[in-house]
Design a protein around this ligand. Structure first.
Ligand code: HPA
Length: 276
C-alpha cells in the first residue's frame, strides 16, 4: 500500500466513526464564498483539526470544517475553508481532502464543485461577476501529481483535454439563464501569490490566454481529474485587473465583493446539485 493510500485510509477510518454518509457531490468554497454552507442541511460537521492528515486552515476568512449534509435533496460533503500554496502547504497537503472525498479514496464523491475569488483581466468582466471556469493554466510552479504515482488512484499522465466537465458547464449555463443571473465563461490562471500581480504580470497573464487570475483551484482540479472525478469551477470577479488602469486592491474589498456576489453563486450551485 502506498503511503498516500495509507493516509487516505486513516482519514476515512476516522470519518467513518463520525458518519456513514456516502455523498455523491463534493463542494470546495473559496474566500468569502462560504454562504452555500448555510444552505446545506447539516448532518455532521467535523473540524479539519480532528481529521488525520488534514492540514489546518490558516487564513482568517476561512473556517476549516468538513460539512456532511444534504443540498437540493442530494447527499453532499463541503469543505468550508481550503488550503493555499502560499500558506506553505505542499500540493499533496492541499489536495488531500479531494483524495479522501473521491470514489477511489473512500467517500464516493463523483462530482466536485469548486469556487474561488479571482481578479478579472478580461476587460468585458466587471467586479461582482460570476464566471464559469472552462479551462485553466497552471502557473503555480508545482503540481500535486509530482512524485511516485499510485496507479490504483489514477494514471501517471492524466489527460487534461476536459478538466472542467462540458456537461456540467452546459447545465450551469442553463440554470443561470433560467435564474436570470449573468454568467461569464473563461480561463482561470493559478499563480502562487500571496502578493497580487504587478501591471506587467497582469498584462502577461492576459496575453497567455487567461481571463481571470487566482491562487487556488488548479491543484484540486488536477487531483480530481487524476481520480476520474467531474469538476465544475466558478470564479467570482473580486477586482478588476486591467494593467493600464490598475487601482490598488484591498483584501477587505476583495472579500466584501466576494460576499456580495455570493448569493448568485449559491443559487446556481444549489440548483446544479439538485439537477445532477
Ligand atoms: N490576483 C490573484 N488572486 C486574486 C486576485 C488577483 O488580482 N483577486 C482575487 N484573487
Amino acid at each position: 500500500m502506498s503511503p498516500l493510500r495509507q493516509q487516505i485510509n486513516e482519514a476515512i477510518n476516522f470519518l467513518r466513526t463520525k458518519t456513514s454518509a456516502t455523498p455523491s457531490v463534493g463542494i470546495i468554497l473559496g474566500t468569502g464564498l462560504g454562504g452555500l454552507a448555510k444552505e446545506i442541511k447539516h448532518e455532521v460537521v467535523i473540524d479539519y483539526a480532528d481529521i488525520p492528515h488534514f492540514p489546518l486552515s490558516t487564513v482568517e476568512s476561512h473556517h476549516g470544517k468538513l460539512i456532511f449534509g444534504t443540498l437540493g435533496g442530494k447527499s453532499v460533503v463541503a469543505m468550508q475553508g481550503r488550503f493555499h500554496y502560499y500558506e506553505g502547504y505542499t500540493m499533496q497537503q492541499i489536495t488531500f481532502p479531494v483524495r479522501v472525498m473521491s470514489p477511489k479514496g473512500g467517500l464516493g464523491v463523483k462530482t466536485l464543485l469548486v469556487s474561488n475569488a479571482a481578479g478579472g483581466m478580461n476587460p468585458l468582466f466587471t467586479r461582482g461577476d460570476v464566471m464559469l471556469i472552462t479551462d485553466h493554466i497552471n502557473l503555480l510552479g508545482d503540481n500535486p501529481l509530482i512524485g511516485p504515482n499510485d496507479d490504483e488512484l489514477g494514471p501517471r499522465f492524466p489527460d487534461m483535454s476536459e478538466p472542467y466537465s462540458k456537461e456540467l458547464i452546459a447545465l450551469a449555463e442553463k440554470i443561470a439563464l433560467e435564474s436570470k443571473i449573468k454568467l461569464q465563461k473563461g480561463v482561470f490562471v493559478a499563480v502562487p501569490g500571496p502578493n497580487l500581480e504587478t501591471r506587467s504580470e497582469y498584462r502577461f497573464l492576459r496575453g497567455i490566454g487567461a481571463d481571470v487570475v487566482g491562487m487556488s483551484t488548479v491543484p484540486e482540479c488536477v487531483v480530481a481529474v487524476h481520480m476520474s472525478m467531474r469538476v465544475l469551477g466558478f470564479s467570482i470577479i473580486t477586482d478588476e485587473c486591467f494593467p493600464d488602469a490598475l487601482k490598488p486592491a484591498k483584501l477587505e474589498e476583495i472579500v466584501a465583493t466576494a460576499m456580495a456576489a455570493e448569493p448568485k453563486l449559491t443559487t446556481i450551485m444549489k440548483e446544479v446539485v439538485r439537477q445532477l
